[in-house]
Design a protein around this ligand. Sequence first.
Ligand code: HEC
Length: 106
Amino acid sequence: MKRGALSIALAAFVMSVPASAEEAQSFSHDQIATGAELYAVNCSPCHGARMQDPGAAFNLRKFPPGQRERFVNSVIHGKNQMPPWGDFFDPEQLEALWAYIMAGER
Ligand code: HEC
């Protein structure tokens, strides 16, 4: 009985994952929440609150899911008008930002 309920919950969860999540990454709630906070403070002035209304900056909702390395690289080294963050974020914080951008608003 319990088992059945669990697999129904699991199936519902799997079906709710958007098709673009083929790279099958899973992020914890904490990670996404941490990323959301870091984003709100550091990134939203240019990329828009909740990644809406990015203006001239990149629309992060459209960032390709498979390109985590490109993400980390662009954040650390910057890109054109995007400032380089260097070691401002530790690896865990970068991962949290990535989690938020991949999963936070979708
Ligand atoms: C001062 C404004 C500004 C801030 C602050 C800023 N960005 Fe950006 N960001 C930009 C602009 C402008 C671009 C477009 C760069 C281009 O392609 O010319 C960009 C592009 C990007 C890209 C795409 C780079 C690529 O590989 O094409 C990512 C990812 C990104 N920003 C993440 C972040 C994150 C995460 C933060 C917060 C830690 C942040 N940005 C903060 C202005 C900003």
